[in-house]
Structure formats: C-alpha cells, structure tokens
Design a protein around this ligand. Structure first.
Ligand code: FAD
Length: 410
C-alpha cells in the first residue's frame, strides 16, 4: 500500500480546504489535499459575502478569480409582497470589501484548485478518506481511490474541510443536533433565455413567501440562474411528487418570480437537502481541526456558509503553523471561542429571521439608515466587529428594534 508523509493533510478541496492549503504551502510546510470527487463538481453555496474576499485576498486567489468574470454581487435584495429591502455593501458600518461574487461553485472551486496546483500544491482527486487513526505522533489517514485501491497518509495535523462529507464528525462521533428549526431546501439551475436586461436580471434576491419559507434567485454571468426554496422540512415534503414537481409547484408561490421562470427547463433534477443545519460537540482535538461545513452549518438565509468555511480554515492553518513553530496555541480561546462569536451572531440573525423579528426590521416602511448600515455589515459577513451594536448586542437588539418597529406600525 502506498504511504506518504506530510506535515498537514487536508480532507476536501472546497473553499475551506483550498484556503488552508494555500496558506500552509505559502509558509513552506508540506501539505497534501485529498478530494473525493473530480473537479469541476457541483456543490451548493453560490452567494458569497464580502468578508470571504479578505480570506481569498490573503492567500492570493483574488486576481485569478477576477479573470473569470463572475457576476459581481454588490448587495442583496429581500422581497416580501410589495415590500423591498435592498442592501448595498458600500453602505455598511464596518470597513471592508464592498462587493463579492455570485458564482457557480463548480467553476469557482475549480479556479482555486487550479491555482493551487500551479503553485505546486499536492492535490489528489478521486481519493476518498475512509478512516483516520490518531496516535501520539499524529495521524494515519486511509484513502480509497476510484478503483478501490487503498493508500495511507501520515500527518502531524489533519484539517477536516470535507463539507457535507463531515468525515471526522462521523468517524469520531462528534455530531451534535443543531438548535435551529428543521429546515430543508430544494434547488436547481435554469438556463434563462429571456433574462431581464440590466440590474434586474443580475440581482441576487431572496423572496419571502411566508415567514419561514423563501426563494433564492442567484443569476450567474454565464446566463444560468440558481433557484431554490428553503422552508420547514415538513412543509417541503408536503408538496406532491418528485423534486421537479415539488419545485415547480413551489415556484408558483412567488408572485414576483413565477412568470420569469415559468416553463423553463431545469438543468438538473432539483436536489433536496433535508435538515441541513449541522453542529458538532467540539471543533478541534489532538492532531485535528474541523473547518467549514464539516464544523457547523446554520442556514442559507444570510449566505454565511462559504465565509465561515474560509474564516475557519484560514485561522486553523495559522494556528497549525504556530504549533509547527513550537509556539503555544490556546485552541479553545483562539479557535473555538473566536469562531463561536461569529457563528452566534449569525445564529441570532437566522433565529430572528424565522421568528419574523428581523423581517419586521427589513420590511419596515420607515428605514433607519444607521440601523440599516449596521445590519448591512452583518449581512456582508463582518460579524466580529464589536463596534457594531448589531454584533455586540446581537441577541437582544434585533428583538428590541423589532418591538419598536411593531409599535410604530400599530
Ligand atoms: C441549501 C443550501 C444553500 C446554501 N447556500 C449558500 C450560499 O448561498 N452561500 C454560502 O456561502 N453558503 C451556502 N451554503 C453553504 C455552503 O454550501 C457551504 O457552507 C460551503 O460549501 C462550505 O465549504 P467547505 O469548503 O466547507 O465544503 P465544500 O464546499 O462542501 O467542500 C468539501 C469537499 O470535501 C470533499 N469530501 C467530502 N467527503 C470527503 C471524503 N470522505 N474524502 C475526501 N474528500 C471529501 C467533497 O467532495 C467536497 O469537494 C448553502 C448550504 C445549503 C444546504
């Protein structure tokens, strides 16, 4: 059996794995990425946040990404009936990137792995991690190739960036039930023949059809648009038929978008991901760290997935470099507590979205520009900036402001 030895083994070549690999490689450490699929491969998670641009910039991905001409996302629109809430990332409380992209992830993630390979990073595709054993000196990971051949990699550290594969949570029994309501999603892509001209055609939109059910519309620069519904699992399951029939029926719920997408053929049979929220008991252990979706996933409503993936993987890579340099790392404080701060902010937003409180603020007829700038910074992913009252007091302020807004409406 083939055996290799590296300082750091990364499981999965999505944004989390690619950012970590880029950082470790740039610091001169031997790193290997093992990826189950061949790229390009489909994955959901197409609306990025400005915050993740900081991470891509830090590891030198931005210039290659810019060359692709992905659709620029300079804000996001939320609709509910005739009410509109438009966020413009240039009008936000926190300094930082004012734009990002909305991307077909197959193409986007392929750019990242191509750049890594050009830099000489060892990525092996079609290698599925099937086992990881931890010992006093590190770990031995067993992978299985496309023809069933087994290989091993010994490494001081394993970064689990396996996304929905959730390799270490499954192998080490780290899964923990999420505190969020059980929600699911059905989505596909459509080739838009008659996409509206200009901004309307390119605008990323979240159309709220009821308090807990909404549709995303994410147009890409290649003429394809991603459409997907999110709602309570039981509700999505109550629609009859296969996923195509379910999604077609659900598209009728959107007054705004029904005509635009009516009759268009779906590029692939809609995918349904049930009960997508995930959590874990711990984010690290001796010789390993969990990043991205493998660690935590909340809800797509604020498009925080990729940003959390790159925030966590870049931090994990930096802390591993410190340890490899024999510096002391306080993983509980420097990793778990830091990430939990941001996750907790997003979690409050997700919870308050589904209680309706956040929607009350978004769709209130008298906009408070200062409140909007602060919420906009959160929706851009800047959830660690304590100068923002909507970050610092995230667990209370949404309820308080919604309460005031409700009183004004009475
Ligand atoms: C319905 C829905 C909508 C979403 N929308 C958004 C959105 O708009 N914006 C956003 O930012 N996020 C969104 N997300 C979240 C987003 O999909 C993830 O957060 C993001 O892809 C995480 O990146 P990652 O690098 O952690 O994992 P991934 O991108 O999933 O990459 C993980 C990689 O690991 C590989 N892998 C898995 N198992 C193994 C194994 N055993 N061995 C080797 N390799 C393995 C996989 O093949 C994959 O390539 C959404 C999620 C859902 C459920």
């Amino acid at each position: 059996m083939n055996n290799e030895n590296v300082a750091v083994l990364i499981i999965g070549a999505g944004p989390a794995g690619s950012v970590a690999a880029a950082y470790l490689h740039s610091k001169g450490y031997s790193v290997k990425v093992v990826e189950k699929n061949i790229f390009p491969r489909f994955v959901i998670g197409e609306s990025l946040l400005p915050r993740c641009m900081d991470h891509f910039e830090e590891v030198g991905f931005i210039e290659d990404l810019k060359k692709q001409g992905f659709e620029v996302k300079a804000g996001a629109r939320f609709l509910r009936g005739d009410r509109v809430c438009d966020f413009d990332f240039s009008k936000k409380h926190t300094e930082g990137w004012n734009w990002t992209w909305q991307v077909p992830r197959a193409d986007f993630d392929k750019v990242l792995t191509d750049v890594l390979e050009k830099r000489g990073v060892d990525i092996t595709f079609e290698q599925e991690v099937v086992d990881v054993a931890f010992g006093p000196e590190g770990s031995t990971t067993t992978t299985k190739g496309a023809n069933g051949e087994l290989a091993t990699v010994t490494a001081k550290y394993v970064i689990d960036s396996s996304g929905y594969g959730r390799v270490l949570p499954r192998l080490l029994n780290l899964d923990k039930p999420s505190e969020l309501p059980k929600h699911s999603s059905i989505f596909t892509h459509v080739k838009e023949i008659n996409r509206p001209e200009g901004r309307e055609g390119a605008l990323i939109t979240f159309d709220v059809v009821s308090k807990d059910t909404w549709l995303w519309v994410i147009p890409f620069s290649n003429g394809t648009t991603s459409i997907g519904y999110v709602g309570p699992t039981e509700y999505l399951e109550s629609f009859e038929g296969d996923t195509t029939e379910k999604l077609k029926e659900m598209m009728k719920l959107s007054n705004y978008y029904h005509n635009r997408f009516d009759g268009l053929e779906y590029s692939f049979e809609p995918i349904m991901i049930k009960n997508f929220s995930k959590s874990v008991k711990q984010l690290y252990g001796k010789g390993y760290v969990l990043t991205g979706n493998s660690a935590e996933f909340l809800d797509p409503v604020f498009s925080s997935g990729v940003t959390f993936a790159t925030e966590s993987s870049l931090l994990a890579a930096k802390l591993i470099v410190k340890e490899l340099n024999n510096e002391r790392v306080d993983w509980e404080n420097d990793y778990t507590s830091y990430l939990k701060e941001g996750v907790n902010v997003f979690a409050s937003y997700v919870k308050e979205w589904y209680t309706g409180n956040l929607q009350t603020i978004f769709f209130h007829e008298h906009e408070n520009p200062e409140v909007k700038r602060q919420i906009c910074a959160v929706s851009a992913g800047y959830v660690w900036d304590k100068t923002n009252p909507f970050v610092k007091n995230h667990d209370r302020l949404i309820r308080t402001v919604a309460h005031i807004a409700n009183m004004e409406m009475d």
